[in-house]
Every structure is written in C-alpha cells, then in structure tokens.
Design a protein around this ligand. Structure first.
Ligand SMILES: [Zn+2]
Length: 118
C-alpha cells in the first residue's frame, strides 16, 4: 500500500447518486478517512450545529491545488476558525441493497443517478 496518500490531490467535486454535488477526499495522514461532504460551504458555527456523532464537519481550505479538507480541530481552539466548513454528506438516495423484496421498482428510461433535478 502507498504509505503517503497524495496530499496534493485535494478534494474532488463529484456528483452523488442522489444528485447533489459533494466533495470527496481522503483526509488525514495516517488513518485517512474517505470523506464525502456536501459542497455547500457553511460557517464553522453552522457546521458545528449540524454535527452528529457520525456526522463530522470539515475545515475547508483553498490551496493552489484546489480545495483541501482538513479535520475541523479548529473547534477546539479558542479563536473560531475563519475558513468555510463543510458537513458530511447524508445521502438521500436509497441504498440499493435495502430494496424490499418482491416490490421491484418500475423500470424507467432514466438510469440511476441521472434523476432529473427538481
Ligand atoms: Zn447523496
């Protein structure tokens, strides 16, 4: 395995199955976490309000390579962070494995992941 995940890659903007634009990045040096976060930029206070035990927020830095997600350890400091924060994406697309048996969805001509945006 590669010991040093490339830190120059930064966050990638990708389209989630549910249609939202999200940021994906491996965050952390040793135990890198595969983060999928909403692309919406929040203030640190807004992001902190949305935090849950399994939903973290991330400090969003803009580097010359692009966007870079960092652990939001800035919450622990006294001076509040001035950078935008993003919050873990909570997908609204139904997990494929959780489809009830015997009730198959009607086949449509629209492939999954290309649902029309309201
Ligand atoms: Zn999603």
């Amino acid at each position: 395995m590669n010991r040093r995940p490339s830190s120059s890659g930064g966050a990638r903007r990708v389209r989630c199955r549910c249609g939202r634009t999200v940021l994906r990045q491996l965050v952390g040096n040793r135990a890198a976490l595969d983060v999928t976060a909403d692309a919406d930029q929040l203030t640190p206070a807004e992001a902190a309000a949305l935090r849950e035990p399994n939903r973290l927020d991330w400090c969003l830095r803009t580097t010359k390579a692009g966007l870079d997600l960092r652990w939001a350890d800035c919450h622990r400091r006294e001076a509040e962070c001035t950078r935008p924060h993003v919050i873990d994406h909570q997908c609204t697309a139904p997990p494929a494995a959780a489809m009830p048996q015997g009730r198959r969805p009607r086949t449509t001509s629209v492939p999954e992941g290309q649902l029309t945006l309201g």
